[in-house]
Design a protein around this ligand. Structure first.
Ligand SMILES: [Zn+2]
Length: 502
């Protein structure tokens, strides 16, 4: 996400299946009977050379069927989650996030029925119905699989982006339907279920990688855009469409329904990039596509290749922030398309870099937000360096220095590891984004260009599809430089030592 406050300051400153997926079992004699149709469908979401990523882990699987009623706007659906208890303890409650019940979403998500392995189960909710716990009739042991089916209804606000989180909202031709379904909470070894109340500072969603197979029914005059790739489409006589999407391994499933937007598309390194924009300024729309394709190309080179078949950019009414990242989809505030400075470019680059920092390399956005936001902010600088606009890279860096210096002048410095909940008094953006970006600049200066590049590539290669914490980043950097960085980490991340601003 990019919040308004920081960018205001910046603006002033200037399918072939590999055998293992098709078969998925060792014994060729039984291959015909052991083909996994769920997994085969998923291959459409991946670049052909990354299909094997689908079997890196036995990810949980969501199968959903959703009916959209834009006149509400409201929706209803059924979700089946096949999950495995990967912890060391028995589960007697299984927790799901119900994000639309948070006041910042301004909507409602109600679970109308719940079953575990076909048996109806009771439930209880927590923190203003933002979490639902399904009480299991029998303990689910470590390693045991279970299938949960829930039916749900949801509604969303209209024209709410001036007041609340615009990504769950219908406005300006975009029904953005983020986090609309019961999303399995994470179980953290040694801590238990992640049932913390949501902190409305920064990104809301923290969830584990999973595979999604989602069929959406909606009026045919709405364009559906979602995480992953659409694999089937049917229009029926009653004016409805039925579209099926598969995601590949993703941290959540994003869905939007668009009306009246134009589109332009291009291909980058085997990924189809589509930009959706308001038709009144097609030049700005084409520009958004050009920026997105450039960003994807340079980040592919610098970080390692984006493994999915599609990436979408949507011009949306976010109003209170400039951009928001979801798996395979980024939202960009509509007013940026009319500006003659570089804020549209910076925002698109930032949000697309989140496909690596948040998407591939996951972290606890509600606990260590700097891990993804700091590196996404520093990616703005890398982007401008790589496209040969060093003066803008310098301007971005100077903006972060200014924000961080002002924070220190008012005595607001805090360790990067401070959870967003502890960053009150306007300190969230200066610490997480500005100081976070400067940490990566300090790291780069310390270990040198070659090791810094090795760090970026090695970090994605080792931590891709996983969730990491601060010490994992330290380890990845130390491996890249073959040096000790404990002092750097201690001064910037663990404590608020008065560091030299790089
Ligand atoms: Zn961000």
């Amino acid at each position: 996400m990019i919040r308004l406050i920081l960018l205001l300051i910046i603006a002033v400153c200037g399918a072939t299946l590999p055998a293992q997926v098709a078969v998925f079992h060792d014994n060729p004699a039984t291959a015909a009977r052991t083909v996994d149709p769920f997994l085969i469908a998923q291959t459409a979401a991946m670049r052909p050379d990354r299909i094997a990523d689908l079997i890196r882990e036995p990810w949980d699987r969501y199968t959903m069927r959703v009916q959209l009623d834009p006149s509400g706007p409201r929706l209803s659906g059924e979700v089946t989650v096949q999950f495995t208890n990967r912890s060391e303890v028995d589960f007697d409650t299984i927790w799901f996030h119900l994000y639309p019940n948070h006041p910042d979403f301004g909507g409602r998500l109600d679970v109308t029925s719940a079953q575990l392995d076909g048996i109806p189960v009771p439930s209880r909710t927590l923190h203003g119905d933002t979490l639902i716990g399904l009480l299991t009739p029998h303990a689910i042991a470590p390693g045991q699989r279970a299938t949960i089916t829930m039916t749900f209804t949801a509604r969303a606000p209209r024209n709410a982006s001036q007041r609340i989180f615009g990504a769950y909202n219908m406005e300006a031709g975009v029904w953005s339907i983020a986090s609309f379904y019961p999303l399995l909470a994470r179980y953290i070894p040694g801590m238990g279920w992640d049932t913390r109340p949501i902190v409305a500072r920064g990104d809301f969603t923290v969830s584990a990688m999973a595979l999604y197979d989602v069929t959406v029914e909606a009026p045919a005059d709405w364009r559906l855009v979602a995480s992953g790739s659409r694999i089937t489409y049917q229009a029926n006589d009653s004016g409805n469409q039925l579209a099926r999407f598969v995601s590949g391994p993703q941290r959540e499933f994003y869905l939007a329904a668009l009306q009246g937007l134009a589109q332009a598309s291009a291909e980058v390194d085997g990924t189809r990039v589509v930009s959706y924009f308001r038709p009144d300024d097609p030049a700005a729309g084409e520009r958004s596509l050009a920026i997105a394709t450039t960003a994807l190309r340079v980040f592919n080179q610098r970080f390692g290749v984006y493994p999915y078949a599609e990436l979408e950019v949507i011009q949306a009414a976010l109003t209170q922030f400039y951009g928001m990242e979801y798996p395979g989809v980024v939202l960009i505030e509509q007013s940026l398309y009319q500006r003659d400075d570089r804020v549209l470019e910076t925002t698109i680059a930032h949000e697309i870099s989140h496909q690596w920092w948040y998407g591939l390399v996951g972290n606890d956005a509600q606990g260590e937000a700097w891990l993804d936001e700091g590196l996404a902010s520093y990616s703005q600088i890398l982007y401008y360096e790589m496209i040969g606009v060093p003066e803008q890279a310098q301007a971005e860096l100077d903006a972060f220095r200014t924000v961080y210096r002002r924070l220190r002048e008012r005595g607001g410095d805090a360790p990067l590891a401070t959870p967003p909940a502890g960053l009150d008094n306007g300190r969230y953006v200066p610490v997480v984004y500005a100081k976070g970006a400067l940490f990566f600049h300090a790291l780069r200066q310390r270990i040198g260009e070659e090791a810094f590049n090795a760090f970026l590539q090695g970090y994605v290669a080792a931590a891709g599809y996983r969730e990491i914490a601060g010490p994992d980043l330290l380890r990845a950097a130390e491996q890249a430089c073959e040096c000790e960085l404990d002092d750097l980490f201690h001064n910037w991340v663990i404590t608020a030592t008065e560091v030299t601003i790089p």
